[in-house]
Ligand binder design. Structure first.
Ligand SMILES: [Zn+2]
Length: 164
């Protein structure tokens, strides 16, 4: 049996491989939501992948919710994927109220990681199997005042899917 040596993660590692210990999870780590959104603001969509069972976690988590392993690694994700489920939300969170009703879909990216997000298309024009591409926007460009609407999330970008 061979054993790979895993070097401990530091803040400067761009790719991180577990097993993780709690000290690895700093506030700006991509394993936290702020770290995930920081990466997204820099145009990088990252997921965690379990190296034991191959489960993707998006946003990243420091432990696998498939098998419990902490042997997880951060991987950049493709932007394109396919709608596997969708619905209409008539009363979205207040920041998005002016856009209601909004279409929300579960999208399976081409890596097989799944991400839920708003689709910038009326419900009637969306179908299961539609190809979509992730876009990352500043809140102001979708009519959201970050200071008023988003409080602690004011630095976070808005993600949305567009039909391809
Ligand atoms: Zn796993």
């Amino acid at each position: 049996m061979t054993e790979e040596s895993n070097s401990p993660m530091t803040d400067t590692d761009s790719t991180t491989t577990g097993p993780l210990v709690p000290e690895d999870i700093t506030a700006d780590s991509p394993f936290t939501l702020p770290g995930f959104f920081d990466a997204l603001a820099e145009d990088r969509l990252v997921a965690a992948r379990c190296t034991e069972c191959d489960q993707h976690m998006l946003p990243p988590r420091p432990a696998c919710y498939g098998c419990g392993s902490r042997a997880v690694t951060i991987e950049e994700q493709p932007r394109s994927g396919e709608v596997i489920s969708y619905t209409s939300v008539n009363r979205p969170p207040s920041a998005f109220a002016h856009l209601a009703p909004i279409t929300v879909a579960v999208v399976e990216l081409d890596s097989s990681a799944r991400l839920t997000g708003r689709v910038e298309t009326p419900l009637e024009e969306v179908s299961i199997g539609d190809r979509v591409e992730l876009q990352v926007r500043d809140p102001e460009t979708v009519g959201i005042d970050p200071e008023f609407d988003l409080s602690y999330e004011e630095d976070w970008p808005i993600h949305v899917f567009e039909l391809m």
